[in-house]
Design a protein around this ligand. Sequence first.
Ligand code: RB5
Length: 145
Amino acid sequence: MRVSIGSDHAGFEQKEMLIGYLESQGFGVIDRGPETDGRVDYPDFAALVAQDVTGHEADFGVLVCGTGIGMAIAANKVRGIRAANITRADFAALAREHNDANVLTLSGRFVSFEENCRIVDAFLSTPFGGGRHAGRVAKIMALEG
Ligand code: RB5
């Protein structure tokens, strides 16, 4: 499974640590930057990761900023993306099972690396539930027009 990952300056440190963690778990990782912790604009990196997911370069995207909120708002502007900003592991599983989320956005400033690893584990290991959830997700996607 391949994961595309990106951050802004506020998420840079955890992005670098998460790359190591994901690789240690056997995932292929596409690092869309940034390459340093210098100040950048999070929508630029949300776009790169979102496009990897919609273009099938990656199975899932992971984005880290200060809160994860800006990354989610930006990624959800890309057609085909269902990004969820997650701060606890059980919600990560539900975002996959109920919402078929394809991008996970994380807080680099308010959530520990250890908790973010648990969130990533839950997100990447939980399949979409289908069934009654499938029609609801289809209705979400129909909102794109
Ligand atoms: C950057 O200061 C901060 O605004 C950004 O990382 C993110 O938290 C936005 O949602």
